[in-house]
Design a protein around this ligand. Sequence first.
Ligand code: GAL
Length: 956
Amino acid sequence: MSFHTPPSGSTGYVEDVSPGRGVLPPRAWYASSDAASLSLNGGWRLRVSATADAEDDAFAAPGYDAGDWAEVAVPGHWVLQGHGAPVYTNHLYPFPVDPPRVPTENPTGDHLRVFDLPDDWPAGGEAVLRFDGVESCARVWLNGTDIGEFKGSRLPHEFAAGHLLKRAGNVLAVRVHQWSAGSYLEDQDQWWLPGIFRDVTLLHRPAGAAGDFFVHASYDHVTGTGTLRVDSGVEGRVTVAELGVDVPTGEPVTLPVEAWTAETPRLYDGVLSTAGERVPLRVGFRTVAVEDGLIKVNGTPLLFKGVNRHEWHPRRGRALDPDTMREDVLMMKRHNINAVRTSHYPPHPAFLDLCDEYGLWVIDECDLETHGFVEQGWRDNPVDDDRWTPALLDRAARMVERDKNHPSVVMWSLGNEAGTGRGLTAMADWIHGRDPSRPVHYEGDLDCRDTDVYSRMYPPHAEVERIARGLDGGTRRRRELPVILCEYAHAMGNGPGGLGEYQELFEAHDRLQGGFVWEWIDHGVDHPELGFAYGGDFGEELHDANFVCDGLLFPDRTPSPGLVEYQKVIEPVRIDAGGIDGTVRITNRYDFADLAHLAFEAAYQVDGVPAGAHRLAVPPLAPGESAEVKLPGAPDGGGADVQWTVRALLAGDTPWAGKGHVVAWGQRTVARATPPAPATGARPVVEGDAVRLGPAVFDARTGAVRTVAGVRVRDLRLDVWRATTDNDDGAAWQTDTRYGPRWRELGLHRMRHRLDAVETDGEALTVRTRVAPAGREAGLRTAYRWTSDGTALRLTVSVVPEGEWTVPLPRLGVRFGLDAGPAGTVTWFGGGGEAYPDTRAASVLGRWDASVTELQTPYVRPQENGARADVRWVELGGLRVDGEPEFWFSARPWTTELLDAARHRTDLVPGDTVWVNLDHRQHGIGSQSCGPGPLPRYYLWPEPAEFSFVFSEPRG
Ligand code: GAL
C-alpha cells in the first residue's frame, strides 16, 4: 500500500517539468500577406471542474453535446467571466511549495470550439494551430485526436493541424489547468488568471511557406549605411522597394539608410518572398552594442526613461485588445517615456509591432519568475535544478524566436526574481549564441556572470551615486558594465517621490543609463461594489492587498499625478532660467533627435492670468547642445506675481500626438506679489459669549472661530495628521523609516488639543493650546493669534515642539470645515496638479478652478492626496485665504479620519462639509512601499514654526 499515488494517466503532464509534447519548434511571429488564416477568437463553450481529473476526455470527441456548458470569450480568463475568482499574491505561491506538485484543487477549464474552414481555404498545404497565450497548462485535441500539451503561459505554441482538418465541423478542444509545474516558473507579482487569454489562430502553411526567418538589419553610424541580411529556413528573396533591395535570403546587402531609433523610428517596408508565400517585413536598421562600458545604439549611449509594463485591463485582465495596446504606446510617447521593460513576460506580439512603429526601446523579458522560493532560502529553486533546464531553455527560445525581428527589442531579459542558478546560465548562453546582436539582462545576477548590464531594483539615491562612482564594491566584471535600474520609483498610491533626484543622477553619470519606473498601470479589477478590487477582495486565503495597484495609471488608464510628474522629470528638452536676466537656457536632452520638430513659445502671466504669448526662435540644437535664448520683456506686475512659462511644442502632427502637444516646459517667477496686508488695527470686542474681531465672531470661552464674513467655520485647529499613503506605511521589509506605522503608534492620528488660555490684548485675540497625543510627552505648544483691520482677518499660528520627537510630522498646518458641497468651486493661484515636497516638479503656477470632487485623486486604496503646492491664495465656500508664506492647500468632502479608514473609493461618501487643510509644510512621499523613503531634505522634522493666513471675502 502506498500513501501517495503519483499523478499518472491522463493528467500526469500537469506536474511534469517538461515544457510539453507535440508542439512545433518556436519560430518568428508574423502575419503572412497571402497565406490564409482563421481567427478562432470569439465565443467558446466552457466547463470548469474543480480538479484536473474530474472529467474524462469525452468532451474532445466530435459529436459531444456541450449545449449546456457556459460560454466564455476567448481571449479571456474564465475567472473574470463569472467562473471562479482571481487570486493575487506578490511573491508567495498560493499553494504549498513542493515542486513540481500542485494542489488537488486545480480549477480546470474545458474549452470547446466548433469551426468550419472558410470557403476559400486552400485545398493543399499544411496548417498550424497557434496559441499565443494560455495560463498555465493546456492539452489540445483536434477532431478527437490528442495533439499535445504545453506550458509557458505568455509564450506561443503551435501544433501541426493540417492532417486533421475537415472542411466543416472541426472540433477544437482545449483543457486548461490553472496550476501546473509551469506555475512554479510563473510566480510574478500579479493576479493568477487562468484561461486562453491570447489569440487562437489557424494558419494555412502553403507548400514553400516561409517558416522561420531572422532579419538582421544593422546600422553603421560611421558610414551611415545599413546592412540587411535575412536568414531563412526556407529560401526566398528579400525586397525593400524603397531602397531598391532585391537579394536572396542569406545574402547581405549594404547601402545608405536612415537608422531606426526610438526617437526616430524609421522603418522600411520589405517583403520576404518564398515559393509559397509573401511575408511583410518592417525593417529598422540599428546596432546595439555594449562598448566602453555603455549600452550604445548606433554608436550613441542610451538613457532609458522607462516603465515596467504588465499587461492589464480592469475587465479583461491580461487579455488585451489592440486598441488598449495602442493606447498604452501612445500614452507612453505623450508622456516622454522612451523605453519599456515587458515585466515579466513577453507581451502580446502586437505590442512589439507598435513599439517598432512608434518608437520605444524594449527590454523583452522571459516568462520566468520563481520568487516564492526566497521563503526557503532559494532551496529547490527550479532555476538551479537540471531537471527544469529544458523548460527554461524552451521559454528562452520561444521568446527569442518569436520576437527576434523587432528593431525595438534592444535587450533580452532572462526573467525576474528567480535567484541564480545553472538554468539561468544555460538560458543566457543559449541566447548569446542565438542572438549575439543584443545584450542579456537579468537583475538577480548581482555578479553579472550571465548578463551584459548591471541591473538593480529600488536602490536609494545615495547607493545609485556610489554605483555610478564605482564605490559599491562587487566584482570587477560588474564594475565595468553599464548600469540600469530595471525597477525604481514604486508608483503605489500617492507618489513616487524623488524622481527628479534619480534623473539628476542618471544625467550626471554616463554609466547610469536610466531606469524603469515600477510600474505602468494599477492592476485593479473592475468591481460592482468596490470600484476597483485588489488582493483580498475575492476571499483569497493568501494575498498582498493593494500591492497590485502600484502603477502610473489608474486601472481605467487615467494618468495619475505620478505619471505627470514623471513626464516632467524626463522631458527631452530642458528649459531653465538662463545665466543672464531675460534669457532662457534650452538644452536638447534627446539622444538622437535635434529640435527641428519643436516650436517654442514664451507666455507671461500676471497673478496667474495670461498676459501675452510669443514665439521663441530656438536653433535646431543637436543632442546635448544648449542655447541661451532672449525672452521678450516681462510685463510690469504692479505688485502682482509675474511668471514666464516657456513651452516646447510639437511643430507638426506626429503619429503619437498632434501639433501643439507640449513636450517640455519651464517656468520662472520674475516678480513676486506684495505679501497680503498685515490686517491689524481692529480691536476684539466681547459680546456676551462671543468675541467679535473685524469680520469674525469667536466663542469667548474657547476662542474658537465661529464665523468669518458671515461664513460658518468649523473646528479650526492645528493638524499634523494625514491619511497615510502606501509609501508612508512602507513595505514590511523596510524598518527604520517606515513612518506611517510609527506615526500611528505615537498617536498623531488622535491628537488632543488642550486649551491653555484665551487672551485678548489691545488688538489681538490669542488662543494658547498644547497639541499632543495621549500617553506621550511629546507635544506641540501652539498659539493662534487673530488680528484684523476691520475687513480682513489674519491668523498667525506659532508652533513650538516640546518633549522628545523621534519622528517627522506628516504635515503641519490648520484644518477646518466649511458648509459647502463636493460640487463647490475652488479657485486658487498656485500649483495646478497634485504635489508634495518630492513630487512637485510638474506643479505649474497658475490660476486654477476645480470642484472639490475634482481636487480628489482617486487612488485605488484611499489615502492622503490632492495637495496643491505654492498656493498664494484660494477661494472656496464663500471665503478667500491668502497665505504668508505661500502654503499647501487641500479640500475634501470627507474628513481625514474617514479617508484614513476607507479601503476602497466606494467607502467614501461626500458630506455637506468641505474639510480644508492649509499646510505650512508637508512630509515627503518617497517610494517606501517598496524602495527607499523620502530623501532627508524632504523630512518635516518638528521645529519651531510660524505661518499666517489672511481670511477675507472672495474677490472673484
Ligand atoms: C519587484 C518585482 C515586481 C514587483 C515590485 C513591487 O521586486 O520585480 O514584480 O513585485 O517589486 O511592486
